[in-house]
Design a protein. Structure first.
Lengths: 440, 281
């Protein structure tokens, strides 16, 4: 290209851009959303299903996802403090919403709830959890529960069956130990928060959800007898070796692989593990079973502890709150639910009231749909339990997670652990940090 | 007029160091969740720390860490640097080899050790265990977790000290070394009476910096154990981080930061005094 031609072409392009740019900006206004870490396949799902789907349905907006990694919540807090956060505020759960709402960093969603009909489309319990001082500030991006995954092939090989009571569970675990298997595929390397899954199971399935509810409302101390029994039982399981010798070395995917490979018969944890089936059990997905974690005799049926791992809000400083509301609304559409859960299970289980119009791919294990329906029924019947990461304030949750290791490793007694938990909870409660707990 | 040249440096220092430092000290006397308005609570954060066994455990761990790093890497670094000085052949090659771990990002070093050395599934420890010699990961036991992390940091750190000491040793007058050799001094005598006194200011500086850095240690601990199991490898900086970003107790975290700074300040004061004494001599 000759120099003059190049200059003419460049000038033309610049002038053209100067005229086109404002028009482009008016047509598509960006909606920013900071997301946590995601694997390549998950990023692809977000790009194809969320971004492309939303942009196509809302030509006036352009959704921009920025992956911020596992430290997202810290970055978000700093950004919100300086008023420079994204439009869509993604928090690590309801306990993070209250302080932000109290500080005026979030926009009330009540008007958008009316506009988009969220009050009718979303299960009421979840709307209640997102309220602060009577106003709606957050909606759950996904809800989940804890239970017991098991490897059907391993159970069949040894002539065992899935446990339905605590004695049956212990009998199976003891048999597994005799067969040189690790009874519970589990670990906390890389994410110490995994500890709380086991504590939550013990509190709900042994102490019972009624007692947990009373404790969350401040009507029963965490040092009460039902909690002592629950944590003592959990400690007994640890001391008997149910969690295996490599608990502090295994990462989440590694212990799921341990279940998939048949080195463990059971995996007590959350429904987000369904996402690993396609990687670790793609040749034998039918070998995976899931039941509610067995409960103590006085409780009866399995308790499905309700968990909200992340929430969606709109920043008060947002330059495009309408676009952010449109993006959140898109996430709560049956179309998005079906498309996203067809390719990525366990992380986008939005609490829609009506799932009858949702179409999920046939390739998704039926077990996943069944489990989510069971959880939805438990929520609708008000017979759910409480996960620590959803209903406990931050400092109490940290004590629950870290303190249990002291009990397991003999550096603190069950009584000491619960006393510190109770003291921390009372402190959090006096500071108004306890998240909203829907009435039973 | 020439004093004006100080203005840019002072301005940068005030913005980057002085203001955040003053704010941190002030925050130590407040209850603040990092989001809402801070509430003045006097010394309550320090009282809370004083009655917290995790804080004392973290402080002791920092002291153990300091003791480890004041001895092992400095001794290895000095020995290797002296050997390179004596046997010059290949010293450039060894300098590169020793320094290499220092240029690898700490996160990568930590993950390599976690996955390829310590892991019972994918690491050397697992290989040895499967060969019939049970070798649990040190990171998983309360009695060894801190030392397991220190081993990784030592591997990454001593080469840096070695290169620094080697550079300093090369400044020791060759005549003194030759004279010692002619007088029949052994290797250890040369080291004791010629080389070490010759690089004493460098060693002192490195020891002072080691103390300061030891109270700031964070990355390897956070990546390898996050302070666990059961707080056994918790250090002050990971405690402060947990308080600030997990417990939403920024005031308490600031109080921990003040304690860390006190150790740094005390060490710096000692260093300045030593320097002043040297100038006086």
């Amino acid at each position: 290209m000759k120099r003059r031609t190049f200059l003419t072409a460049s000038s033309g392009a610049l002038i053209g851009a100067a005229f086109v740019r404002p028009g482009f900006a008016q047509q598509t206004k960006p909606v920013t959303w900071w997301y946590e870490s995601a694997a390549p396949a998950q990023k692809e799902a977000i790009s194809n299903v969320l971004v492309d789907g939303f942009d196509a349905a809302n030509p006036e907006y352009k959704l921009v996802i920025d992956y911020r990694g596992s430290e997202l919540d810290k970055q978000m807090r700093v950004a919100m403090l300086s008023g420079s956060g994204p439009d869509v505020v993604y928090t690590a759960g309801p306990s993070y919403v209250a302080p932000m709402a109290r500080a005026g960093q979030l926009l009330s969603l009540d008007d958008y709830a009316k506009k988009y009909g969220w009050n009718d489309r979303i299960l009421p319990v979840f709307l209640e959890m997102g309220r602060y001082d009577g106003q709606l500030f957050a909606l759950p991006k996904t809800y989940e529960t804890l239970g017991l995954f098991y490897n059907k092939a391993v159970l069949a090989k040894h002539g065992w069956s899935a446990p339905t009571t605590i004695p049956e569970l212990e009998e199976l675990a003891d048999e597994a130990l005799k067969a040189n298997l690790v009874p519970f595929a589990s670990g906390n390397s890389g994410w110490r928060g995994n500890n709380e899954h086991y504590v939550t199971i013990a509190l709900n399935s042994i102490a019972g959800p009624e007692n947990v509810y009373k404790a969350l409302k401040g009507e029963l101390p965490w040092t009460a007898e039902p909690f002592v029994t629950a944590i003592s039982k959990l400690n007994d399981w640890w001391q008997k070796g149910y969690f295996g010798p490599n608990y502090f070395s295994l990462e989440t995917e590694q212990f799921f692989a341990q279940l998939a490979a048949g080195n463990s018969p059971m995996l007590p944890s959350g429904t987000w593990h369904f996402q690993y089936i396609s990687t670790y059990m793609k040749d034998n997905p039918e070998d995976l079973g899931f039941v509610g974690f067995p409960s103590a005799a006085n409780i009866g049926a399995p308790v499905y502890a309700l968990g909200v791992g992340s929430t969606l809000s709109i920043a008060a400083s947002s330059q495009n709150p309408d676009g952010a509301a449109a993006a959140i609304d898109y996430v709560f559409s049956p179309k998005f639910y079906g498309e996203m859960n067809s390719v990525w299970q366990g992380e986008w289980n939005t609490p829609l009231v009506d799932l009858s119009t949702v179409k999920i791919s046939d390739s998704v294990p039926a077990l996943y749909a069944q489990t989510m329906k069971t959880l939805a029924d438990a929520v609708a019947a008000n017979s759910y339990g409480y996960t620590s990461w959803t209903f406990l304030p931050p400092a109490t949750d940290t004590q629950l997670i870290n303190g249990i290791e002291e009990v397991w490793l003999g550096r603190a007694s069950v009584a000491d652990y619960l006393a510190k938990l109770d003291a921390t909870f009372k402190q959090d409660m006096s500071e108004g940090k306890v998240p909203a707990v829907p009435a039973r | 007029m020439h004093r004006l040249f100080l203005v840019p440096t002072l301005a940068i220092n005030a913005i980057i160091i002085l203001i955040p430092a003053v704010l941190t000290i002030a925050l130590a006397f407040f209850r603040w969740d990092g989001i809402s308005a801070p509430v003045f609570i006097g010394l309550a954060n320090f009282q809370s720390l004083a009655s917290d066994h995790v804080f004392w455990g973290a402080l002791i761990n920092n002291i153990i860490w300091t003791a480890l790093f004041l001895t092992i890497p400095i001794a290895i670094g000095l020995l290797a640097a002296t050997l390179m000085l004596v046997a010059r052949r290949g010293s450039a090659f060894f300098q590169v080899i020793y320094f290499l771990p220092m240029v690898i990002a700490t996160a990568i070093t930590a993950r390599i050790w976690q996955g390829m050395i310590y892991s019972p599934l994918t690491g050397v420890a697992g290989l040895i265990t499967r060969a019939g010699f049970p070798l649990p990961s040190p990171l998983t036991m309360t009695s060894t977790a801190l030392y397991g992390i220190a081993a990784v940091d030592l591997w990454h750190w001593w080469g840096f000290l070695c290169v620094i000491f080697f550079a300093a040793l090369r400044q020791v007058p060759q005549e003194q070394i030759e004279a010692a050799r002619i007088e029949g001094a052994t290797f250890w005598q040369t080291m004791r009476y010629v080389l070490l006194p010759g690089i004493r200011p460098t060693i002192t500086l490195m020891m002072i910096m080691t103390i300061i850095w030891s109270f700031l240690v964070f990355d390897f601990v956070y990546i390898l154990t996050q302070g666990g199991p059961a707080f056994s490898s918790e250090v002050l900086s990971t405690l402060a981080y947990r308080n600030a970003f997990y417990d939403l107790a920024v005031g308490k975290a600031a109080a921990v930061a003040v304690v860390i700074s006190l150790f740094g300040l005390a060490t710096t004061a000692v260093y300045i005094r030593l320097q002043a004494r040297e100038y006086a001599q």
